[in-house]
Design a protein around this ligand. Sequence first.
Ligand code: IFM
Length: 438
Amino acid sequence: MFTVDRKDFGPGFTFGAATAAYQIEGGQRDGRGPSIWDSFSATPGNVKNADTGAIACNHYELWPQDLDLIRDAGLDAYRFSFAWPRLLPEGTGAVNQAGVDFYDRLIDGMLERGIAPYATLYHWDLPSALQDRGGWMNRDIAGWFADYAALVAQKFGDRLQATATINEPWCVAFLSHYLGIHAPGYRDMRAAARAMHHVLFAHGTAIDALRANGARNLGIVLNLEKAEAASDAPEDIAAMNMGDAIFNRWYLGGVLKGAYPEEVTAWLGDHLPANYQNDMAVVSRPLDWLGINYYTRSLYRAPTTPGGHVVEQVKGDLEKTDIGWEIYPKGLSDLLVRVSREYTKIPLYVTENGMAEVEGDDDPRRVRYYDEHLQAVLAARAEGADVRGYFAWSLLDNYEWAEGYEKRFGLVHVDYQTQKRTPKASYRAFQGMLHNTR
Ligand code: IFM
C-alpha cells in the first residue's frame, strides 16, 4: 500500500496509466503499414532475443479488458498513442479506415468507462515509407507530421482530453540517430543534428495543425533526467552541464524559450540544418501543458577516451531497477521545481514514471518506487510546481524496445503465451489509493 493518499493531491489531480501503440497493440493487419520498428527489430542484433512488436499484448483485440483494468484501478485517464502507420499506411495520403475505426472504438470505450483519453501522436513508430524519404532527417517531415496531426484532430479531436505531439524527442533524435540504439539505428552526427531540430520543428507545425482543426489542450512530452556530476572536479561539472544541455536543455530551451543551448549548437556546428534559427518561433509555439517523463538521474564525468563521446556517464551506487537505472525520487521533485522556476508556468504532468522489475505479480519494490515518486510530486507541488497529473508507466508489461519483452514495467503482468493479464501488487496499491474516490 502507498503512504500517500489521493486527497493529498487535491481535487482535480489526474491519475492515469500510460502505454504506446507499438509496445502493446500487435494487430499488424487490416491495412496497417510497416513502421521503422518492424524492420529495425527484424534486423539481427538490434533487439534482445530478436523480439518484435508483431503480437505484443494484442491490445488491438484485447483493448476492452485493458480499459476495464484501467477503470477498475480507479484511474481517471489513459495515456495512449496513435500508430501513424495504422492511420496512414504510407505516412501521407490515403487514410486506412480500419485504423480510424480501431481508434474510434478505443476512444469511445474510454469515454463509456469514464476514462479521459490523453493521446500522443508519435511514440516512435514512423511509417517506413517516410523513413525511405529520410524520416526525421528530412525537413519535409514537418509537413507530413502536420498533415497527420490535422487528420487526428478532425477524426478524434472532439473526444480527446489532451493531445501531445511527440513522446520523448531526445529518443526520437539522439538515441535513434546518434547512439543508434533505437530505430532507425543511425550513428551519425549530421543525422542526429537534423533529427534534433526537425523533431521540434515538426512538433511546432503539428501544434499549429491541431489548433487549426479544433483540437484543444495541447502539449509535448519530454524525457528529462536529473543531471549530476560524478565528482566536484571542474571537468566533471563541465561534463554535467554539457550532458544536461544535450539531454534536457535542448528540448526545454527549444520548446519553451525558442532557443537551443549554445554549447550544443557549437558542438553540432555545420551538421545543423542551415538557417534553423528561422524556425524557432514555430518550435516554441505556446502550449497548454508540458509532459515530463522521469525515471532516473544521469551521472556525468569528463571524457576519458580520446575521440570518444563529448560526455561520459558513470554508474552510480544507488539501488537500481531491473533495467539498471538508479532509483532517485528526489530527481523528480528537483526537475519539476526547476522546470516551473526556469522555464514555464503552464501546467505540468508527469506523463511517465515507473520501474522495470523482475517477472512476478508481487512487486513490493515497485510499490515503494511509486510511493516515493508520488511523494516527490507532492514535494514539488509544495515548492510551487503546478503539477496537475501523474501517469504510471506502464499499464501492462510490454515491448521494451531494444530490450524486447524481458524488461517488465507493467502494473499488470502479461503472460505473452496466453495473453492473460494479472494485476500486480502495484496495481492493487493504486487501486487502494484511488478506489471509490473518483
Ligand atoms: O518503454 C519506454 C517508453 O516507450 C518511453 N519512455 C520510457 C519507457 C521505459 O523505457
